[in-house]
Every structure is written in C-alpha cells, then in structure tokens.
Design a protein around this ligand. Structure first.
Ligand SMILES: [Zn+2]
Length: 259
C-alpha cells in the first residue's frame, strides 16, 4: 500500500482503485448534496428510506447494484428510490474515469479525483440551490495547496497566488456589479470557488478557467433565454443563472488537460 501512494509509483492496477471507489464516493456526495443546503447533519451515509424511514441494511446501500437489485424501489414501502442517487454515482464514476484517462501517476489521479468529486458536489448544489457551501469550497482551497505541496512543491507560489488572485478578482467584479446595479450579481461562494480553482490550476492558468467558465455560462444563458423566451425576456435582469457549475467544469478541464 505504501508504494501505491508514492509519487510515480504506478502499479498495473493503480487506475482501477479510484474507479472502484467512485460509486461509493458518489453515494456519499449524494448525502452531502441533499443535506448540506438543508443545514441537516451530514452523517456518513444515506441511512434510511426517505419515505418510510426504515433503516437501510448494508446490502441496500451498495451503490448502483442495490438500486438495480431492488428495481429502484424500497423493499418494504415500495416507494421509488430517487433517480438522483444513481445519477450522482454514475457522475462520480465519470469523474474517476476522466481523471484516470488524463494522468498516469496514481497520486496525481487520486488528487484529481478529490478535486473532481468535490467540484461535482458543488456544481450540483449550486445548480439546485444557487449556493456554494463554505464547508466544501474552503477545504477545497486547502486541498489544492496541499496537493501542490505534495505533487509539485515548486508550484506552490503559483498555487497560492492563484487562490488569492482568483478570490480578489471575483470580489472586485462582485463589488463593481453591486455599485453599478445596486444588487448582487455573483455570490460570495463564486469567489471562494474561484480561489479553489486558482489553488488547483495555478496563477498562470487562472485566466483560462475564467474565460472558459464565462463562455460556458454565456452559452447556458443563451440556451435558457431561447427555451423560456417570453418569460425570461420580461425578467432578464432578474434571471439568476448559477455560475458555480461553469467554474467547476472549467477548472476540471483546465486541471486535467492544461495545468
Ligand atoms: Zn421505504
């Protein structure tokens, strides 16, 4: 196990472990996504049926497999299990597969998985609730600095200044927007997520993350405008589009394929 975690110590099966761990992590992320925005206690795992509140056995908590075996229904009350759980588990596997695809070094793969899984939870929560909880963004900043110290210590200045500049740049935009429009444009969570992105991609790649996120965001806004035309046209200035998912997606691509 020691050799497995050494930088550069690739073993033939080192790519397999993150992919095997992914559905379990996804199951955990599902709990975070439901409970964090609601201010509920985040336990270790989904513990009871959301309908009849019967405690679930360990066999009913296996990601994906339990869902398939139970045909998507609770064993006692027959209530359908939310499809959300299967989607988040599949998304977590997709994150692990793309991390394995992009890097050979096991330590790098695991670090990138930590980033990708956290970004996945953040994007999902922001998409649903327009909220980026500090409980996820702030540890992600620290994790980015720690991963840099571990994998590429020479880049620590770039990572630290990336975090600082990312945060300040977004706070500046937010301040300017509030001064001009007298209302909040970007949330403070966006600035903290940008700090995390800066810590993971470094100062030199921060601009690319912002540019890519803005392009994704503009494309999403256009799509939303076209789909809900009349309604959105009247209230365009009030239409809130979460920016977090696009920062998350941009940071993920830049981390895997550029930095
Ligand atoms: Zn039930």
């Amino acid at each position: 196990m020691q050799a497995f975690f050494e930088v550069g110590g690739a073993t033939p099966l080192s790519w397999l472990w993150p992919i095997l761990a992914a559905p379990f992590v996804g199951s955990l992320l599902g709990v975070l996504i439901i409970r964090l925005p609601a201010g509920r206690n985040v336990g270790w795992a989904r513990s009871e049926c959301e309908s009849c509140h019967r405690p679930l056995t360990s066999m009913e908590l296996l990601p994906i497999l339990s869902f398939v075996a139970l045909r998507g229904r609770c064993r006692s009350c027959q209530a359908p299990i939310a499809r959300f759980h299967i989607w988040i588990e599949l998304a977590a596997i997709l994150v692990a597969v793309s991390a394995v695809w992009a890097a050979r070094d096991p330590a790098m793969i695991w670090a990138n998985c930590v980033l990708g899984w956290t970004l996945l939870a953040l994007a999902w929560i922001d998409f649903r609730h327009l909220l980026l909880p500090d409980a996820l963004t702030l540890p992600l900043v620290l994790a980015g600095l720690a991963a840099t110290l571990w994998l590429d210590p020479d880049a620590i200045t770039s990572a630290a200044s990336g975090a600082l500049v990312g945060y300040l740049a977004f706070r500046a935009v937010e301040w300017a927007y509030r001064a001009l429009r007298h209302r909040d444009g970007l949330g403070q969570g966006d600035a903290k997520l940008m700090a995390a992105a800066g810590a993971w991609v470094g100062l030199e790649n921060l601009g690319l993350v912002i540019l890519t996120a803005a392009l994704f965001g503009i494309a999403a806004a256009c799509l939303k405008f076209l789909i809900g035309r009349g309604r959105v046209r009247l209230h365009l200035h009030e239409t809130q589009i979460p920016f977090g998912p696009w920062i998350a997606l941009a940071a993920w691509f830049v981390r895997l394929y550029v930095s």
